[in-house]
Design a binder for this molecule. Structure first.
Ligand SMILES: C[S@@+](CC[C@H](N)C(=O)[O-])C[C@H]1O[C@@H](n2cnc3c(N)ncnc32)[C@H](O)[C@@H]1O
Length: 242
């Protein structure tokens, strides 16, 4: 499937908050690859984590699945039989395209799509959960609840993979890594106008926290082994094992 180029913010436009609507869903694969350093590496590694952590006859969850890239990666990596992947998103535009995307790629583990809020779903008999750049869109005061719900639904030894855009308490580091991220976007063909308009649209929608905050909260939710396994500028991916 060829990716449609993201030029949603190329022309001056009224500053509306960013939302995962049809226009975003249409260009999403191109948008995320050109905007998130390390995204492809994380997706590739989700397959490897699935190969190690997914057990027979268990459930895997892809929370905030967008077009299903993490679900397809899990499916490609799962080595055990009888597992099922449940992919959840509350954007009907995303989920509609996810259905076509998933049908277009071969996948050996079944993927069930659910339109709904990740904060309201029941998680059961899980061996792996992916929150790949989704928690950052949940209200900060509601994040611990969601992580506790994931923890209680994971089997012992199960894995949560959490990827997020983060902030830094040291202003020098924060400014530097934001600048390097913007440079990454410029090198991927985005103009200064596109970068600044998208940044404004995401203000108050994507709410980053520090890596330390994420790690401490995962421990508070009950996870015993927690570590950042990848950092690329101000984007990180964390593993938490029950
Ligand atoms: C940055 S995208 C995630 C990318 C995707 N996980 C991947 O690996 O390609 C964030 C997604 O989370 C979804 N989302 C945000 N808040 C949600 C919620 N409360 N419940 C379900 N989905 C949510 C959005 O609709 C969007 O598709």
């Amino acid at each position: 499937m060829s990716d449609k180029t993201d030029n949603l913010f190329a022309k001056p436009k009224a500053a509306l908050p960013f939302s995962f609507d049809e226009s975003v869903a249409e260009v999403f694969p191109d948008m995320i690859k050109r905007s998130v350093p390390g995204y492809t590496e994380i997706i590739n590694n989700i397959s490897k984590f699935a190969g190690r952590f997914v057990t027979s006859n268990s459930n895997c969850y892809d929370l905030g699945c967008s077009l299903g890239a993490a679900s397809l990666a899990m499916s490609a990596g799962i080595e055990k039989t009888g597992a099922k992947i449940i992919a959840v998103d509350n954007s009907s535009a995303m989920l509609e395209r996810c259905r076509h995307h998933i049908d277009a790629f071969k996948h050996k583990t079944p993927i069930e799509l659910q339109l709904g809020d990740v904060q309201k779903i029941s998680i059961q008999n899980a061996s792996m959960v992916a929150l790949n750049f989704t928690l950052q869109f949940i209200a900060k005061e509601e994040r611990l609840n969601l992580l506790e719900n994931i923890y209680q639904g994971l089997n012992s030894g199960g894995l949560l993979l959490l990827s997020e855009k983060v902030s830094f308490s040291d202003d020098n580091i924060d400014d530097l890594l934001i600048e390097l991220h913007h440079q990454f976007k410029k090198e991927n063909g985005y103009s200064d106008l596109e970068i600044s308009q998208k940044r404004n649209a995401l203000e108050n929608v994507l709410l980053p926290e520090t890596l330390e905050h994420h790690i401490n909260r995962l421990k508070s939710a009950g996870f015993s082994s927690v570590s950042c396994w990848m950092q690329n500028y101000n984007f990180v991916s964390i593993i938490a094992i029950k």
